[in-house]
Design a protein around this ligand. Sequence first.
Ligand code: HEM
Length: 108
Amino acid sequence: AEGDADAGKKVFNKCKACHAVGEGAKNRVGPELNELFGRTAGTAEGFKYSSAMTEAGQGGLVWNEGTIGAYLHDPKGFVPKNKMAFAGLKADEDIANVLAYLKTFSTS
Ligand code: HEM
């Protein structure tokens, strides 16, 4: 189902402790999430990733609706040993909505 970007903005409150997105977004505890769609995993400039995330990107992981959704559903299951200290989102609706919100900051 198509997500709702306005509802996703609220879901993103759960991410904000660690991530910034939008104009002037900087890396924080987690990498900035502008232009996330189409971005290879582990490549935000200047962010120090786990070797697990860097290697996932080198192995061909590119962020899109399917891969971000799978990662948010089960971060440690989708990229074992990555260092995002977040249990993930259980509700498919929350995932669809946060994807729609993040997509507003990506051109592809
Ligand atoms: C990585 C999304 C919550 C910390 C990532 C990545 C995405 C993402 C897409 C991979 C980015 C890349 O490869 O450049 C989200 C979303 C969240 C969320 C949408 C909320 C629903 C959090 C929270 C924290 C966090 C709450 C901190 C407690 C991190 C860290 C990484 C990361 C440290 C890098 C992982 C590594 O290098 O292994 N996140 N995140 N995230 N996130 Fe989150």
